[in-house]
Design a binder for this molecule. Sequence first.
Ligand SMILES: *Cc1c(COP(=O)(O)O)cnc(C)c1O
Length: 394
Amino acid sequence: MSTLHLHPETIAIRGAKEQTSYNEHNSALFLTSSFMFDSAEAGAALFAGSVTGYTYTRTNNPNVAAFQARVAQLEQAEAGLAASTGMAAINAVFLALLKAGDHLVASKSLFGTTIGLLNNILPRFGIEVTLVSQTDTDEWQAAMRPNTRMLFVETPSNPLNELADIGKLAEIAHTNQALLVVDNSFLSPALQQPLVLGADISVQSATKAIDGHGRVMGGVICGSEALINEIFQHVRTTGEVLAPFNAWVLLSGLETLYVRMEKQCANALEVAQFLSTQPQVVAVHYTGLANHPQKALVRKQQQGGGIVVAFEVKGGEQAAWQVIDALTLFSKTGNLGDVKSTVTHPWTTTHGRMTPEAKLDAAIQPGLIRLSIGLEHAVDLKADLANALKVITM
Ligand SMILES: *Cc1c(COP(=O)(O)O)cnc(C)c1O
């Protein structure tokens, strides 16, 4: 089906689908590890690649194929490739496209596990890594070397909602024959299309906004046919593939992605505006706020403020813990993008393994609280926060 003329909201529901002869309305679930050949000759042709078809689920599966194709349509990419988790997808991008002796430049403000991968695992394979400022493109430019093959960034950042300029980083990458890879987990294709802004690859954790209900893990990579094929050869070999059941769940997540994101952004903005008026709150970090320091870039890159609101309370770690424990509607859990609102304390959880100096250097304060805003009524969320903030005696 040609989807060129359709809106993304429609593609999310009516895009790539594998239809069987039973005329099922919802996608069928293909729980099978292998596929049969009509004859020995047909099997040989499939393995030789002279005809296309399914052979074995580590290589491809109808649920996985539909999921990755549909996300690629939404990211306006030539091709997509699913992986078992967001981290598997990120790891596959690095290991498929980099080799010993290559250099990678990445933002300091990445998801904690990605930083672990860059600092602890890639150097063991001879890949050099330099971490630079999220927002200062001059630092990226200065870090470039003749062997720099890739730039990696996540925008907006977690939890402070600082943007990186995708267009500028793409320019720096391309004048050095390097690739720009953007982690799009925070916004999803509903709110940002990194390839349209100049990136070569968009990678994301589907565990977050795409599932949207905190049920399954998944990851997806989008880019040109050539790049995705290279990464596919790696993923099918190392087995970091998405499970068919998870792909089936994620396909249904895609169907409601746009309407969820629109409402969750509206709720997040209400919560951020409310927090900005509270005397116990020192700072609010949300890209949808009128006073966001990179307002023009927000407007250029994003179709919404996103669902993560971070705020800092007076009284440091102790006050932050008291507020978190006094919340009754927000789940105390690390997931985000869920229809259920969640709360975490970055200083002692997501950023807990960093030294205090490194955290302060990254502007992560002990009093910082991260919210992921869901689909509950905004009035109830604000009332819960107002009540919890009362524990801070001033
Ligand atoms: C969660 C997350 C990941 C990792 O995804 P998993 O599905 O948990 O492996 C990577 N990047 C960002 C920005 C994330 O939020």
